[in-house]
Design a protein around this ligand. Structure first.
Ligand code: HEC
Ligand code: HEC
Length: 446
């Protein structure tokens, strides 16, 4: 197995959950700001990757293959290979998103399968005779990763009153103050966890502990006029945290609904050079296309420095490993080296919940240890993106032309080449195409 990053700072320094809400180490932050060359090379610093720098001639070749298409008579070369050599065969069954990277070795495929076991594993409450699987909760949204990322695909909002909200939850935060050290990073929107409920609302809980809420969604039908004179009817949702188990929310609490996204191609998105993403930023809309893309710079718990956010629907997490560790802690209540609190997202105000039995007293140290976290990370990085189909079909080409000419590409950059990497052959130097839309940059109109 080839894990990387093991020697870097993994100090479990933080107690809370969402990366944006962390109290960064003020000394590291001051150094990062005053000695950028020394400690922090800027948002393009990528401590999570072992990068082989591009040669000048490679950079020139890459610039030419990643140019936006201008002719739509036929598909571009390699376009069907969404994920370069990591692309997998398109299948129209439930396993479509569950295959390992197409270029994975036999040995690493075994590692992938062990990681899959942990991704599917159902955690149980402590104490339990099944050590190594206990530690669930006390508050949680689901008992396994797979419960939300169903068959590695996306989740969905509850379909109706009988359906549960298993693959969806509400994040919650309150505005931070400008005194927070992290607000010294330009453009950083300081937020803090909600004082009683933490950074995410959990609807489920162990017996004897109240759950935090019930997700309630009400829809209003809205008619939208289309340019050809037709009307479309869209449903506008309103999200409510009903049946609050620990008293009212803070008056300034902000709710943010999240549905679990699909898991394919994530290792490739993690290996796109930060500099290539940052080059697309246009926060003040200097190019006048009406769109202002802003990178989200976040505090990395894993590396203890600011990094480009890439994962989560608001790009709040810089790496697959950190996102996965946050999911163990926040979604399932499983402590791990990055989020060491055995009680997950229970806050100091939820003292019974903090005092509940937990599963880290045995020789694991944490409810899931470094090795387990690495296995799940390897799995999450290597879910293969399926090949595109019918790239030469005239209708598909017409759609592609519309995608380019109506401005979708102002936000959806269609092609990237990943870094050349020393120790991740599956993700190294791949030409990738419009595979899951990378949320590394948050985009706004205006
Ligand atoms: C309760 C449902 C739920 C569970 C359980 C869950 N996830 Fe997620 N997952 C989500 C949601 C929702 C998001 C989007 C998060 C956000 O926007 O902050 C997400 C995002 C992710 C992402 C980033 C995907 C992207 O495209 O940016 C990864 C990686 C991930 N989860 C891995 C895991 C792993 C590993 C586990 C198990 C330890 C897990 N998840 C458990 C709901 C869940
Ligand atoms: C102003 C920027 C912007 C423009 C312009 C734009 N999009 Fe998006 N699009 C986004 C963002 C942001 C997301 C959410 C991505 C995420 O969170 O992962 C998204 C998501 C999507 C998704 C869902 C992807 C998924 O996996 O869930 C599709 C499909 C999509 N866009 C298609 C289009 C098309 C087609 C156009 C042009 C008609 C377009 N977009 C124009 C910003 C934009």
């Amino acid at each position: 197995m080839r894990w990387r990053g093991d020697l870097r700072s993994r100090r479990p320094s933080a107690q809370m959950l969402a990366p944006r809400m962390f109290q960064p180490n003020p000394i590291a932050l001051a150094l990062a700001i005053f000695f950028p060359g020394l400690i922090w090379a800027g948002p393009s610093d990528e401590p999570h990757l072992s990068i082989v720098p591009r040669t000048k001639s490679e950079a020139a070749r890459i610039a030419s293959v990643t140019k936006l298409a201008t002719s739509f008579d036929q598909a571009q070369q390699f376009e069907a290979k969404s994920a370069g050599a990591a692309t997998v065969r398109a299948m129209s069954n439930a396993d479509a998103f569950s295959q390992p990277s197409g270029n994975i070795t036999f040995e690493d495929e075994l590692t992938f399968k062990v990681g899959n076991g942990l991704f599917r594993k159902l955690w149980v409450s402590s104490p339990s005779s099944t050590l190594a699987s206990d530690g669930l909760g006390p508050l949680y949204n689901a008992r396994s990763c797979q419960r939300c990322h169903r068959k590695d695909g996306r989740g969905h909002p509850p379909e109706g009153p009988e359906d549960n909200a298993i693959s969806m939850f509400l994040r919650v935060s309150i505005p931070g103050s400008s005194d927070d050290a992290i607000s010294e990073i330009e453009g950083y929107l300081a937020t803090l966890p909600e004082p009683t409920y933490g950074s995410q609302l959990q609807d489920l809980s162990l017996a004897g502990y109240p759950g935090e809420y019930t997700l309630q969604i009400d829809y209003e039908e809205v008619e939208v006029a289309l340019s050809g004179g037709e009307f479309a009817s869209l449903r506008q949702p309103t999200y409510t945290a009903a049946n609050l188990g620990y008293g009212p929310l803070h008056p300034d609490a902000m709710l943010s609904p999240r549905v679990a996204p699909q898991m394919i191609g994530l290792g490739l998105l993690e290996a796109i050079p930060a500099a290539d993403i940052l080059a697309l930023a246009d926060p003040d809309d200097l190019n006048g296309d009406g769109i202002s893309g802003r990178p989200n710079i976040v505090w990395s718990i894993e590396y203890n420095e600011p990094m480009l956010g890439r994962f989560g629907l608001k790009a709040a997490s810089p790496t697959v490993r950190e996102q996965s560790a946050g999911a163990f802690a926040g979604d399932i209540g499983i402590s791990n080296p990055l989020f060491p609190a055995a009680w997950g997202d229970c806050t100091a105000a939820q003292s019974d919940c903090r005092a509940a039995p937990h599963g880290d007293a045995d020789d694991r140290g944490f409810e899931i240890d470094d090795e387990g976290l690495d296995l799940v990370t390897f799995y999450s990085r290597n879910l293969g993106a399926p090949a595109r189909r019918d790239v030469d079909d005239p209708d598909v080409l017409r759609g592609k032309e519309t995608f380019h000419t109506t401005g979708c590409t102002s936000c959806h950059q269609p092609v990237f080449v990943t870094h050349r990497l020393e120790d991740q052959p599956e993700q190294s130097f791949q030409l990738i195409w419009r595979i899951p839309i990378c949320s590394s940059t948050t985009w706004g109109r205006g």
